[in-house]
Design a binder for this molecule. Sequence first.
Ligand code: DC
Length: 217
Amino acid sequence: MIPVLTIDGPSGAGKGTVSRAIAKRLGWHYLDSGSIYRALGIACLQQNVDPKNIKTVIKVAQTIKLAFDCTDELKVALNGLDITAKLATEKTAGIASAIAVIPEVRAVLLQKQKDFQQLPGLVADGRDMGTVVFITANHKVYLTASVKIRARRRYKQLIEKGIDANLSQIIQEIQARDKRDTERVTAPLIVAKNALYLDSSDLSITQVIEKILNFIH
Ligand code: DC
């Protein structure tokens, strides 16, 4: 069985940074499942598809071609075109969260995520990695932090990337996404059974990484 470490949690908890670092340390593959929902969101924006138009969103999900390059920084191509620069915006995050409530969309994207389970192992980050996609994973982590801290981190990330940002707006957007991600009927964000629960509000990235590595060893 190919080993899997799942790291689930809300937006801005530090899952991406932590998962990438752990994958590098272990020499394992890395799945940023949020980027798949984000890429589908970008495809819908490009094709002027309203997220409420469920049938069309499902069709777009069935037809998009995604390619991932995780060698260094994550790069994503949608239908052959690089969309990496568009992935991190709040607009993309909002539409990703909106289409992620559609059960048929989740079903279509399931195999794309499962395909990442390759030797020697996988670190998978998202909302339902330990509860749905890799339910038999060897190690499961739930990583969270207070809304204010997560918003401040997201703000810093966006500013560093040269993307315009407003802190109080980010707090509101994160709260709206948290609500949608935790209250949706299919694959809501919940703590997986036997998961290590980590609140990173008062921890550095290095401390979080060490705690997870200790847990899996
Ligand atoms: O992790 P992220 O912020 O890139 O995810 C963006 C949105 O995608 C998130 O608000 C909900 C959706 N998502 C999901 O439903 N399931 C996942 N495994 C990952 C992301």
